[in-house]
Design a protein around this ligand. Structure first.
Ligand SMILES: [Zn+2]
Length: 209
């Protein structure tokens, strides 16, 4: 599914409310546009995060979602597998913050979640975030967070072409004549020990397909 099509479908899905399953009180307030306290009606404000995750998973046959963990600072074991094919998402709040970027690789059935620090260290991702043309292909969405009882903005989503392999992603190289002060401070004279694809494999090691 192309990204434009997915964006459209996702927005349609997010805005769907399960009016049929609302209790009489909620149905009444919905009909009369009265703000009522939230009760346990399902999908009072549209799908919850669990359902949104299922939507992504079903659309792209996602086998795993990898997210950068705090150890990326050590430039080793950059990713953890947050959801895989066999486990349900019980920590769904984790990857849906608006300052995160989700890169979907349809060919590999994998999604990778990065924060801004990590995208800066991956030239391909950094280009997508900063290049106006590519950035246009990124989108996010508003959703209702039932745990917190508030509307929130979701992460930035980018979907690669069907043919894009993970191998095309590389960490930033440090040149021998690196003189950029900020770069040296970030790296503290250390650099990535493994390649991007090795880090992905490492994170997937415990996943049984
Ligand atoms: Zn209700």
């Amino acid at each position: 599914m192309k990204h434009t099509e997915f964006k459209k479908e996702l927005h349609k899905f997010i805005s769907s409310r399960n009016i049929g399953q609302l209790c009489t009180k909620c149905k009444f307030s919905e009909k009369n546009k009265i703000a009522s306290r939230m009760c346990d009606c399902t999908w009072r404000f549209g799908p919850g995060l669990k359902s949104i995750y299922q939507f992504f998973k079903a659309t792209y046959n996602l086998k795993a979602i990898l997210a950068c963990n705090y150890r990326y600072i050590s430039y080793d074991n950059i990713f953890s597998c947050v959801f895989d094919y066999n486990t349900d998402c019980n920590n769904e709040n984790f990857i849906w913050a608006q300052n995160l970027y989700i890169f979907i690789f349809p060919m590999e059935d994998i999604a990778i979640v990065c924060n801004r620090h990590l995208t800066k260290n991956i030239p391909l991702f950094d280009n997508i975030v900063n290049n106006t043309l590519e950035h246009k292909k990124m989108f996010n969405f508003k959703y209702y967070n039932y745990d917190l009882a508030v509307w929130l903005t979701g992460p930035h989503i980018y979907i690669f072409d069907e043919e894009s392999p993970l191998e095309m992603v590389c960490f930033k190289d440090r040149s021998y004549e690196q003189s950029d002060v900020s770069d040296v401070m970030i790296s503290n004279h250390r650099w990535y020990k493994k390649t991007f694809i090795q880090e992905v494999r490492e994170a997937l090691k415990h996943v049984t397909w």
